[in-house]
Design a binder for this molecule. Structure first.
Ligand code: TLP
Length: 343
């Protein structure tokens, strides 16, 4: 059976155009800075984000971790939202690789209250770690694809900067934020000293993420990327797909958002626990316990009907729409949820 795979937008496959561009990519040794396709992608990424420079990394996780490492020193404290990817899903890498301590601040669907961020910043005191970084995630994964309000980003950034603290944005899905809000990615990025964003999620490239920032930051980050084993060689093969991701695949994200919205509305009408207003981008987080279902049993019942979705808590399933998911797939998904209820 061909599954309708709503586990994540990481499952997207490269387009035909990407495959052709990959086959024909001009390449060189990127550790020497000699891969023309990588260089093109890095310039394009920097320009889109309004930054001086950018660097290609194999994954979003490495992009975040290289950024944390570049902004901090061992023993520092990093403030981030309590459900953020960098804290929740990166295998403890901040502690293991950079030797920094996390200071999670609970938010509402991933949005931190600037006052809470202010309170979390350490005063100078012999006993305290030094706060050197704030991480923001936009859109927020565990917040159900929530778009951070620009004003919130601006306020937190001002608080951080006025205390000599840098800001890193995990913009894995920053283009979903752009498409949903109509605010260009660079307007969010202007408040961050570095931004990581993924080519390999909704934008469909097979591999890769970018880190953008100042020239000096990216130079130092390159050294850390090398240390972590992320210095690749003829990686222009991958960058060729990334260029298409950035130039051709952004605007179509609207279709994924429309699909997610429809799913959210229909599941709400059926009585599942989802507020359609909360569906801002390409994710739908559904509480199945309100209709008396166990989340893991539900995962299985959906799978039996050809739909893949992951539980992201003991109550909720996360459905992610993406390139390759059609209107017909959405109808089938709605029917499957309906069918399960009627059993
Ligand atoms: N998220 C994955 C899983 O790791 C949970 C997913 O399926 O959503 N930042 C954010 C906000 C992310 O959602 C992800 C991936 C990453 C970073 C890491 O990217 P990769 O998978 O390229 O290391």
């Amino acid at each position: 059976m061909a599954f309708i795979d709503l586990r994540s937008d990481t499952v997207t496959l490269p387009t035909e155009e990407m495959r052709k561009a990959m086959a024909n990519a001009e390449v060189g040794d990127d550790v020497y800075g000699e891969d023309p396709t990588i260089n093109r992608l890095e310039s394009l990424a920097a320009e889109i984000m309004g930054k001086e420079a950018a660097m290609f990394v194999p994954s979003g996780t490495m992009g975040n971790q290289v950024s944390v490492m570049t902004h901090t020193r061992r023993g520092d404290e990093v403030i981030m939202e309590a459900e953020s990817h960098v804290y929740y899903y990166e295998v403890g890498a901040m502690a293991a690789l950079s030797g920094v301590q996390a200071r999670p601040v609970p938010g509402v669907r991933g949005v931190m209250n600037p006052e809470d961020v202010k309170r979390a910043i350490r005063e100078p005191n012999i006993h305290y770690p030094k706060t050197t970084l704030v991480v923001l995630e936009n859109t927020h994964n565990r917040g159900g694809g929530k778009v951070l309000p620009l004003e919130n980003v601006k306020t937190i950034s001002e608080i951080a900067h006025s205390n000599g603290i840098n800001v890193h944005m995990d913009g894995a899905r920053i283009f979903n934020a752009q498409v949903a809000s109509g605010i260009p990615a660079k307007e969010y990025a202007q408040y961050a000293d570095s931004i990581m964003f993924c080519l390999s999620k909704g934008l469909s490239a097979p591999v890769g993420s970018m880190v953008a920032g100042s020239k000096d930051f990216i130079e130092r980050a390159r050294k850390n990327r090398k240390m972590l084993g992320g210095g690749m060689r003829q990686a222009g093969i991958l960058a060729a797909a990334g260029i298409i991701a950035l130039t051709k695949m952004v605007d179509r994200l609207q279709e994924d958002h429309d699909h997610a919205k429809l799913l959210g509305e229909k599941l709400h009408e059926m009585g599942y626990g989802v507020n359609p207003e909360d569906v801002e981008t390409n994710m739908v987080v559904v509480d199945v316990t309100v209709v008396g279902k166990d989340v893991h049993a539900m995962e299985k019942e959906l799978k039996d009907r050809g739909i893949l979705a992951n539980a992201n808590s003991n109550k909720t399933l996360r459905l992610v729409t993406h390139y390759g998911i059609t209107a017909e797939d959405i109808t089938k998904t709605i029917d499957a949820f309906n069918d399960i209820l009627r059993q």
